[in-house]
Design a protein around this ligand. Sequence first.
Ligand code: MF3
Ligand code: CO
Ligand code: CO
Length: 294
Amino acid sequence: MASAPSHAPAGSLVPGTLSPERTVPDHIDPPDYVGLAEPPKYTGPDVFDNATVERIRRAGQLAADCMVATGELIRPGVTTDELDAFAHEYLVQRGAYPSCLRYRGFPKSICTSVNEVICHGIPDSTVLRDGDIVNLDITAFLNGAHGDHNVTFLVGEVDEQSRLLVERTHEAMMRGIKAVKPGRPINVIGRAIESYARRFNYGVVREFIGHGVGPAFHTGLVIPHYDAAPDYGQLIEPGMVFTIEPMLTLGTRHWDMWEDGWTAVTRDRKRTAQFEHTIVATQEGAEILTRPSA
Ligand code: MF3
Ligand code: CO
Ligand code: CO
């Protein structure tokens, strides 16, 4: 048997074909942006009371449980559309709306980002191959709250360089989470992420950001993943809820957009990984709200 190559192959991904639109049963309340070209402006807070945090925690836990179950299907030969179909059914069977579906016109229920896709890949007929990496970004809207979570998975036998990228991107996210303390500026999060990524010469994508989340999918609060000081000096407060979702690359941090207007790929087509948790700032630090129940 041939051993896996130690270096990641250059990407040559092309768009596949979309399956018909999926439906959500009438008894599930859709978020307010469904049917609109863009979401209504959110004017509420980014700091929430315990009852609201609990609702976000439930949505986050469901997104995380869905992640575990959908992740178990990942193997060479599966299509990204099959992963979308499974995650869609998983969420709606549990009374949740898949937040991505029809958000700003996004056509599917989760994002599936393969190899050189930085984020927002659209599930389609693309077949996962041995040696690929794939990110699933799953957001559940339950009882009026969104929980937003993403994980990069290995497909079969993956080269060492890609494997390390995935492992270290997870570590970068965890370092960002550990930097969260009340009274610190938001820009400490990106500083922790970028200084870790720099050790390995990884690119840190700037234009896609962490965000406030809860009653709205994106509240307007911005969490950069690079050192943006002196900008983003707003202080972290207990009860603040937001995502931390760094995207690291094996080469350039710059990107191109596919004609679909969603799929962002690295300009050099080298691989990229991402992880995301929704967190709440506490008196001591941060609590992750996108944890699976078991
Ligand atoms: N879940 C993504 C995020 O982390 C947003 C996806 S928007 C979509 O913010 F429309 F592409 F689904
Ligand atoms: Co997010
Ligand atoms: Co997300």
